[in-house]
Design a protein around this ligand. Structure first.
Ligand code: HGY
Ligand code: MN
Ligand code: MN
Ligand code: MN
Length: 410
């Protein structure tokens, strides 16, 4: 294909403009799923796509598809996309890059008056982060048939608000069915969210797989009592039990290096008063590994260890696994077209496994799918300091452009 390149400045400007919606003091973005700020970001994306001549479809989980017609619109589309929702202290690139790189591909096709054989779509997947409404990737999960629609719409935040209610409130409760339609291929461009590409000075990550993950919720119940007169030996302190389990979670991660990850990210103490012995603690556990067998062993170690610690500390424990997303091998054809496009463009690259989960993980169950990674500064993400270099972002988008056009014209 003649050496067409995307418009680097225009891509950067759209990322900066979108990043201002929910922009934070430290230069990040906070647009939790289905908040008014998420709505503002969605509205801006829809406006840009309509200005680029796309037709918009929204499904019952609020997933957005901006379609650019091809010569033969009876063919399944080649779809690009990611998510616009962020972590509470998120950055300007996680998810957003994959959505706006899709828009930039469509704008570049328009600039060069290219008509692809199959239609091309840029997509936004609702609530990828799972931060406000666990679990993560729930809407691509419904699309891929992992969850049913009722489960998806009933996901609730800590205030009990459901996704169904919030989709209606912000005007993104679409009427299109979720899933049940095929994609010729799906590509998600994303920042690596880790240090490998930057450390090895590589421009592109050719993502072959994504690691598996399991999410849990634990509630430990002891005895609330006075921090003064209650003798230490008879206390049933829920926070002491939680602290021991948290330390064990970290050890399970360290004992399964390389590759294992184990994190406690959310903890709530009740009644959370400085002179009351905590009677109840709620916390989450997130464990990950590229190999499902090892992930299973980590799961076993977590269950047995938590049981033992709760018993020793004379605490009741409610232990729930709320999500399991097994490791994902991406589609070989798609991976090869990403690698070929990268080589044609002369970008340095390396194959890699994604440490993070992505909508592509579920979409790969229903369509040939793969991902394109670009470096991010110091590998930092899920942090307001998240940064990526405009040249790297443009390079990833050039690779996306070529891979998408190749599959749309196959
Ligand atoms: O947790 C993840 O891997 C993703 O960012 N939701
Ligand atoms: Mn993401
Ligand atoms: Mn993320
Ligand atoms: Mn993700």
């Amino acid at each position: 294909m003649k050496d067409i390149r995307i418009n680097k400045q225009r891509l950067w400007d759209t990322l900066m403009e979108m990043g201002e919606i929910g922009g934070t003091e430290k230069g990040g973005s906070c647009r939790l799923a289905l908040t008014d700020l998420d709505k503002q970001g969605r509205d801006l994306f829809v406006r840009w796509c309509e200005e680029a001549g796309c037709t918009i479809t929204v499904d019952k989980m609020g997933n957005i598809f901006a379609r650019r017609a091809g010569e033969d619109n009876s063919l399944p589309p080649v779809v690009m996309g990611s998510h616009l929702d962020t972590q509470p202290t998120g950055g300007k690139f996680d998810g957003v890059y994959g959505v706006l790189a899709g828009l930039e591909v469509i704008r570049t096709l328009n600039d060069n008056d290219i008509k692809t054989r199959a239609p091309v779509e840029a997509s936004v997947w609702t609530n990828e982060e799972g931060s406000r409404f666990p679990p993560a990737m729930v809407s691509s999960g419904v699309f891929a048939g992992e969850f049913d629609l009722e489960y998806g719409l009933s996901r609730a935040d800590l205030d009990g608000k459901t996704m169904g209610e919030e989709l209606k409130r912000i005007g993104y409760a679409g009427d299109a069915d979720v899933g049940g339609r095929s994609f010729k291929a799906f590509f998600e461009a994303h920042i690596e969210q880790g240090p490998i590409l930057e450390d090895e000075d590589k421009k592109i990550g050719v993502v072959t797989d994504a690691q598996g993950q399991r999410w849990y919720e634990l509630t430990l119940t002891g005895q609330e009592s006075h921090a003064g007169p209650t003798p230490m030996p008879i206390r049933r302190d829920a926070l002491v039990g939680a602290a021991r389990i948290i330390d064990m979670v970290n050890r399970i991660g360290m004992d399964n290096q390389p590759n294992a990850c184990a994190t406690v990210g959310l903890l709530q103490v009740f009644p959370n008063s400085r002179n009351v012995i905590p009677g109840e603690v709620f916390f989450t556990v997130d464990i990950r590994h590229p190999n499902d067998k090892i992930l299973e062993q980590m799961d076993q170690a977590l269950r047995e260890g938590a049981e033992r610690i709760a018993e020793d500390a004379r605490l009741e424990m409610e232990f729930k696994q709320i999500w399991h997303s097994p490791p994902v091998p991406f589609n070989k054809d798609c991976v090869d077209s990403v690698r070929r496009a990268t080589e044609e463009l002369g970008f340095s690259h390396r194959d890699m496994v994604s440490g993070a989960g992505h909508d592509a993980c579920y979409i790969s169950r229903v369509a040939p799918t793969s991902m394109i990674f670009v470096p991010c500064e110091d590998g930092i993400s899920h942090n307001e300091a998240e940064r990526a270099d405009p040249d790297d972002l443009a390079a990833g988008c050039d690779v996306l452009f070529r891979a998408v056009v190749q599959h749309a014209n196959d």
